[in-house]
Structure formats: C-alpha cells, structure tokens
Design a protein. Structure first.
Length: 321
C-alpha cells in the first residue's frame, strides 16, 4: 500500500531534488522511487508511484501541492455550471509520463515481481475537486450530490471514463494488475453509495482490460463491503478497521481479499509486529486468495527496518505454495 514514501531515506533524497508534482512527472525519478521498495524490502510486487490527483490536472481546476499541506484545488467544482465547464481530458497526452514510468519499471524489473498500476476512484477524486482539498465532513460533496444529482452523475461519468482510459493506458504500457483507491468512500452511508457511486464503479471495472486483475480498496468501509463487492474488482482491499475474517465473509469467499495490518503496528518492535502479522494470517485461515498487506499507507515515521521485518515475517509464516 503506497510502498514508496518519506519513511525511506532513498525517497527523501530524490524528493529533496524535486517538488512532488515534478517527481510524479519525471519518469526516470518516478521509476526509481517505484523500484526502491522492491530492492530494499523484498516485497512480492511493485506498486506504481503516482498520485491519485494527476488525472485532474488536465481538467483545469488548478492542482497544487503545498509544502506540508497536501493537495489544493484552486477552482473547486461545486455547481452544475462548474461541472458543465469541465473538458474531456486527453489522458494519453496529459498523462503520458505515467505510462513512460510504467514502461521503465517493467524493463528494470525484468520479471522479478509483477507491477501493479494505480489510480484514484472517481468518488475520491471528485471529492477533492468539489471540496478543494482534504475534508472532515464532505459537506460540499454531499450538497452537490443531494441538490444537483444530475451534475454529480455527469462529474462521476467524466471521471469514470477518464480513469478507465488511464488504467488501460498503464496496462498497455506494462502494468500486470491495477488497484483503485477509494480513500474517502467511508464518508458515505450505504444508501448514498448505492445511489451516487455504485453505478459508476460498476462501469469502471467493466471497462478495465479483460484478464487484468483489479484490486478495489477503500477505507472506513466496514458497512460498505458488500456494495464494494457488487461494484466490482477481483480483489477487495480491507482496511485495518475490520476483522479480516469478518471482512472476507462480508464480501464472499469466492473473491480474493487484500489486507489488513494496521500501519501503526509498524511503529512497534518486531516481536509485536510478528504477533500481529500472525493474527492477520490466522484470520485468513490459509484460504487461497489472501494478499497480505497493510490496511492503508505506511506512516512517514515508520522505521524502514520494521517494514523489512514485516516482509520477512510474512514470508516465513505464510503458506506460499
């Protein structure tokens, strides 16, 4: 889950030479960052280094990343008129640097491990566009959904189509699986998810290149898991707030799951990390189709040796037949 980042000295060294957007757009540097966890940690797959909001830049909403502030949208999309002004993005042209990164990584990996592509889900991306940045209550999003549903659905349709083209472009460039992050979806009640999100997620997964595994992940989804399964994906990601066994039961044992160690556990010593990793594996019960992973991204203060310890522990304890 977001393998590369500030917890790694190698990442910080590259980041010191580039702004965040510069790093994302520099295919050589982004490829190096993608490869760092594979080389240093021994993980079983590489996850593309990118950002979920790269796709909004060609929409002309004014994306910036302030130092220590996260993403900011200069021109939030909050009305029917705002949605109507959005262009249809030329994904191939605007995001070609991401596809270049994918090609570089695949070449460098030389088959050692697979490469997983990456995109934000339409709801989470739309939420940033509407809120103008991070939010606690998502009131602008919900106001748009409830008072201008037609505009909301047009926005979601635009993002769904662009995201499908973005993922398929990554696949064409060499990604061997893709994962879709719906980081903010837990803000919705199940009824709102069914009305305002589910049709678009179904459409998105139906457009992913056939035969390419797709991972569907969200946070705060304990009440939404059956709906996430209905929406699509070959693998349903589970965050750390749900018991893995209960989460797998909720989505059905005929689908794979990914997760779900609390990232904060990696702040503890390896003896405790081992205990908690074993608990996740015990919850999976040796059933085929479990991808061990964190329940969200790695905290920046995590000792890198603890992450490496976790990888080694999981390899030791897992049934890897």
């Amino acid at each position: 889950m977001r393998q590369a980042g500030r917890y790694m000295a190698e990442y910080r060294a590259i980041r010191a030479r580039h702004t965040f957007l510069e790093l994302c757009k520099n295919s050589e540097a982004a490829a190096d960052v993608t490869l760092q966890p594979v080389d240093k940690l021994g993980v079983d797959a590489a996850i593309l280094f990118a950002d979920i909001l790269l796709i909004v830049e060609p929409l002309g909403v004014g994306l910036t990343f302030g130092a220590g502030e996260g993403p900011v949208i200069a021109r939030p999309v909050r009305t029917d008129a705002d949605v109507a002004k959005l262009p249809t993005p030329d994904v191939a042209s605007a995001l070609g640097f991401v596809f270049d990164t994918v090609g570089r990584v695949r070449k460098a990996l030389a088959g050692r491990v697979p490469l997983v592509g990456f995109a934000g889900a339409p709801f989470t991306v739309a939420s940033y566009m509407v809120e103008g940045g991070a939010s606690r209550d998502y009131l602008h999003v919900k106001r748009l959904m409830y008072t201008a549903p037609a505009a909301w659905h047009r926005l979601m349709e635009l993002l769904t189509d662009a995201t499908a083209r973005y993922l398929n472009g990554q696949i064409a460039a060499g990604a061997e699986a893709v994962q879709v992050f719906d980081s903010w979806i837990g803000a919705l009640a199940p009824a709102d998810y069914r009305t305002f999100v589910l049709p678009h997620m179904k459409a998105l997964f139906s457009k992913v290149t056939p035969g390419i595994p797709a991972i569907h992940f969200g946070t705060g989804t304990a009440a939404l898991l059956p709906l996430l399964r209905e929406a699509g994906g070959d693998v349903i990601g589970l965050d750390w707030r749900v018991d893995l066994a209960a989460g797998w039961h909720a989505v059905g044992h005929d689908v794979a799951v990914q997760g779900n160690l609390d990232p904060a556990v990696l702040l503890a010593e390896p003896v405790y990390i081992r205990k908690r990793a074993q608990a996740v594996l015990d919850a999976a019960g040796g059933r085929p189709g479990h991808i061990f992973n964190l329940g969200h991204g790695i905290h920046k203060d995590t000792p890198v040796e603890h992450v490496k310890a976790l990888v080694d522990i999981v390899h030791e304890l897992s049934d890897r037949r």
